[in-house]
Design a protein. Structure first.
Length: 192
């Protein structure tokens, strides 16, 4: 017993000496910002879980969109919240040449996946939260508003479809007038 106590005492004393030798921390670790989180998400690409990645070609839906879900109740912290829950707060979604990215700005929840557009149909796949599920939507874009209507999407017990189609998405791009971006346009709050 005395030998165990001696080892513990020596080990603790050595640990204290090492702690005092280290330089003091000068700054607290950087906190993630919504802008930084969105930028980091832009640098990621999907993995081809079940379907190959689509060709990197521009589509009519490409761009960044946002929506502000109303807060119905105070947000509850949970460790295993359902993915794709359409909880209140600011959401941002981007479509860029076959890659879609989604961020719940307030909670920091994010995902990405692949998409293809065919006429008025949008197909989502390769989402890490539902690797085997394919979502099919009808979409329309007009006057700076993207609307999605779920045709079939079993992802996350159908929560992805409920979330994406619940409210219209406001475009973060200036409207095009005769092929050029509008000169006087105010960026919607939440797009920065």
């Amino acid at each position: 017993m005395a030998a165990v106590l001696a080892v513990l005492t020596t080990g603790c004393a050595s640990y204290q000496r090492i702690q005092h030798m280290q330089p003091p921390a000068t700054a607290s670790p950087a906190r993630a910002t919504p802008t930084g989180t969105w930028k980091a998400l832009q640098e990621r690409t999907p993995f081809s879980y079940t379907l190959p990645l689509p060709p990197a070609a521009s589509t009519a839906i490409d761009g960044v969109y946002m929506k502000r879900e109303p807060l119905v109740a105070e947000r509850v912290h949970c460790r295993r919240c359902p993915d794709w829950l359409h909880e209140g707060g600011l959401w941002r979604m981007g479509f860029d040449r076959g890659v879609y990215r989604v961020l719940h700005v307030d909670a920091g929840w994010r995902t990405l996946g692949s998409y293809v557009v065919s006429g008025d149909r949008l197909v989502l796949f390769n989402d890490p939260y539902c690797v085997e599920d394919i979502g099919v939507y009808a979409w329309a874009l007009g006057r700076g508003v993207l609307t999605l209507r779920t045709i079939d999407d079993p992802c996350a017990i159908r929560l992805r479809g409920k979330n994406l189609a619940h409210l219209p998405w406001i475009s973060c791009q200036p409207p095009r007038v005769g092929g050029a971006a509008a000169v006087r346009w105010e960026r919607p709050a939440g797009c920065e």
